[in-house]
Design a binder for this molecule. Structure first.
Ligand SMILES: Nc1ncnc2c1ncn2[C@@H]1O[C@H](COP(=O)(O)OP(=O)(O)OP(=O)(O)O)[C@@H](O)[C@H]1O
Ligand SMILES: [Mg+2]
Length: 500
C-alpha cells in the first residue's frame, strides 16, 4: 500500500480525536482521503480533514519583506527544500487484530507511518456491499461505492440538491442498478412519479425498454366506485362532518344499486334525492362537479396496483401533462394508498415509490386542503419498512419538505445545496452534518454527492458514475434546444411551401 507520510507530534496530539502527519515528499494526499495507521492492537482508519503547508523561511514577515525587496528569497536560500505539507486527520474507527471494527480508544504514536488503507478493508469499514447498487466511486480512492439495497432503501431514501445538481441523473443510475439485479438477488418493483417526463427516455432505450411501462397521465383514472367515504373525503377536505355523513349514505346506496359508477352517476343520485337538505345537496353537487372537471375520476381505477408493481420492472407515471397541483396530489394519494394497502396484505411485491418534486406532495406547511397526498406518504414513511414499502423522495427545496417525512428517510444523498435555510433544514433532519460538512455540501460540483445515514457506516463522499441509459431530452443544453427549435420552424415552412 502507498505510504502517505509520518505521524508528527504537536501541542494538540496525536490524541484519539485528531492527529497530524507530515506528507512524504512528492506524494499527493488530498482533503477527504482515508488513511490507515497502526495503533496498539490494530489499525486506525481516519479521514484527512485539512492540509497545511509550512516553510520556516517564511515564518517572520519582517525578514521576508526585507529579503524580497532586494532579491527573491529562492535565489538566496534553498527555500523549496524546507516546504512541508502537514495533513490533519480525524480518526473514524479501528480495525482490531481480530478483524472487527471498533471505536478509537488509543492514538497512534508519533513517528508511525501512515499508509493508504487496503481497498477491501476500507469498503467494509464504510459499510459498502460488493453486491450492492453501484452508484459511483470514492473521490480519492479506486473503491466502488456499492450500496446495500436493504440499508439504502428499506428505511427510505431522500435525494436533495439544488436544481440542475444531478438528482434525476443519480436516480437514473439507481434505476439501472435496480433493473440489472438478478432474480436470485431479489428484485423489487419500482414506481416513479415523473412530474416532468424526465424518465421517459428509459422506454426508448433498447437496453431497458422491455422492463419499462409508461402510464400517460391522460389514461390514469381514480375509480370512484372503489373508494371508501374516507378516501373520497380526503379529496374533498372542505366538507363538514354532516356533509361527509350524507355523502357516505349516497355512496352506500350507489354501491348496492350498481357495481361501477362514476362522479356523474353520483351527482344524479344526489340531485334526485328528496330527503337531503337543499344546502347540503348544493355543496355536495358543487364539490363533486369540481372532481368531475379534473377528468381523472372514472368508474374503475387505472392502472391497478398489480399492473403498476411488477418485480424487476419499472412503472413510470408520466404526469408531465398535468398543470394542476391538486390533481397531481390526488393521483399520488390514490396510487400510494392502494399500493400501501395491497403491500400490507402481501398482494403485490415489495416496492420502491420514487417521488420527484417531493415537496409538492409532502409539503411542510401547506394547509390540509392543499396537501392531499401528505398523510399517506407520511404513513408509508412511518410504517412502510415493516411491509417492505419504501419511498425515495427527491427535492430541490428541502425546506418545503415535511420534516416528519424527511427525518424518516434514514439515508440521504445530498448533492450540491447552497441555500443556507435548506442546509440548516437538512442538518436538523440528519445526524453527522457538522458546519464543516455543510460547507463541503455547498461546494460540491455536479456529479458529486455525500451519502449519510443508514446506507453507510460513516458519511461518504461519492463521485456518481456515468449513466449507461439514454439521457432525457430535458437535459439538452440551451443552445441545442434553440437550434432544434429554429430547424423545426424552418422545416415547417418548407413543408407548407411544398404543399402549396
Ligand atoms: N453524475 C453526472 N455525470 C455527468 N453529468 C451529470 C451528472 N449529474 C448530472 N449531470 C448533468 O447535469 C444536468 C442536470 O442534471 P439533472 O437533470 O439530473 O439535475 P436535477 O438535480 O434533477 O435538476 P432539477 O431539479 O431541475 O430536476 C444534466 O444535463 C446531466 O446530464
Ligand atoms: Mg430532476
Amino acid at each position: 500500500m502507498r505510504e502517505y507520510g509520518t505521524v508528527v507530534s504537536n501541542p494538540e496530539g496525536p490524541c484519539t480525536r485528531k492527529f497530524s502527519f507530515v506528507i512524504k515528499k512528492d506524494t499527493i494526499v488530498r482533503k477527504g482521503q482515508f488513511v490507515d495507521v497502526p495503533v496498539h492492537g490494530g489499525k486506525l482508519i481516519g479521514r484527512v480533514n485539512d492540509i497545511f503547508k509550512s516553510n520556516r523561511y517564511f515564518t517572520r514577515p519582517e525578514s521576508v519583506e526585507k529579503y524580497e525587496s532586494s532579491r527573491p528569497m529562492d535565489e538566496i536560500f534553498p527555500v523549496k527544500n524546507w516546504e512541508y505539507l502537514v495533513a490533519d486527520v480525524t480518526p473514524l474507527g479501528v480495525q482490531n487484530d481480530d478483524g472487527k471494527f471498533d471505536e478509537v480508544t488509543f492514538p497512534p504514536s508519533p513517528g508511525t507511518k501512515v499508509i493508504e488503507p487496503d481497498h477491501a478493508m476500507l469498503a467494509k469499514f464504510l459499510g459498502l456491499d460488493e453486491n450492492g447498487l453501484k452508484i459511483g466511486k470514492l473521490p480519492s480512492h479506486d473503491v466502488d461505492v456499492n450500496l446495500n439495497m436493504t440499508k439504502l432503501l428499506q428505511k427510505h431514501l431522500a435525494i436533495l440538491a439544488i436544481s440542475g445538481a444531478g438528482k434525476s441523473y443519480l436516480v437514473s443510475v439507481l434505476l439501472e442498478e435496480i433493473l440489472n439485479r438478478k432474480k436470485e438477488d431479489g428484485q423489487i418493483a419500482t414506481v416513479i412519479i415523473d412530474t416532468h417526463g424526465e424518465y421517459l427516455s428509459f422506454a426508448d432505450d433498447p437496453d431497458y425498454s422491455d422492463k419499462i411501462t409508461v402510464f400517460p397521465g391522460k389514461d390514469i383514472r381514480i375509480g370512484l366506485s372503489e373508494l371508501s367515504t374516507g378516501q373520497i373525503s380526503r379529496f374533498l377536505p372542505r366538507l363538514s362532518g354532516v356533509q361527509v355523513r350524507e355523502l357516505a349514505r349516497f355512496l352506500r346506496q350507489m354501491k348496492t344499486d350498481k357495481k361501477h359508477f362514476g362522479v356523474k352517476d353520483l351527482i344524479e343520485k344526489i340531485q334526485e334525492d328528496s330527503k337531503v337538505k337543499a344546502a347540503t345537496k348544493d355543496v355536495l353537487v358543487s364539490v363533486l362537479y369540481e372532481l368531475m372537471e379534473t377528468g381523472v375520476f372514472g368508474a374503475t381505477s387505472y392502472p391497478s396496483t398489480k399492473e403498476l408493481t411488477q418485480q424487476g420492472k419499472i412503472s413510470i407515471i408520466d404526469m408531465s401533462s398535468f398543470v394542476s397541483s391538486k390533481v397531481k396530489q390526488m393521483i399520488v394519494a390514490h396510487l400510494s394508498q392502494n399500493m400501501f394497502n395491497d403491500r400490507r396484505d402481501a398482494k403485490i411485491p415489495p416496492f420502491l415509490l420514487i417521488l420527484e418534486e417531493a415537496h409538492q406532495f409532502v409539503p411542510e406547511t401547506a394547509k390540509v386542503e392543499n396537501a392531499i397526498s401528505r398523510g399517506i406518504i407520511q404513513t408509508i414513511a412511518r410504517e412502510g419498512r415493516k411491509f417492505h414499502a419504501s419511498i425515495c423522495l427527491i427535492s430541490q427545496r428541502p425546506i418545503q419538505l415535511s420534516t416528519t417525512v424527511l427525518s424518516q428517510c434514514n439515508t440521504q444523498i445530498i448533492l450540491r445545496v447552497t441555500n443556507p435555510y435548506d442546509l440548516d433544514h437538512i442538518g436538523k433532519s440528519a445526524e453527522g452534518i457538522t458546519r464543516e460538512v455543510q460547507n463541503q455540501i455547498s461546494g460540491l460540483r455536479v456529479g458529486s454527492g455525500l451519502i449519510i445515514g443508514e446506507g453507510v457506516n460513516y458519511p461518504v463522499f461519492v463521485k456518481i458514475r456515468k449513466r449507461n441509459s439514454k439521457e432525457s431530452r430535458t437535459g439538452l443544453p440551451l443552445e441545442q434546444a434553440a437550434i432544434e427549435f429554429s430547424e423545426k420552424i424552418k422545416q415547417n415552412k418548407e413543408d407548407a411551401k411544398s404543399f402549396m
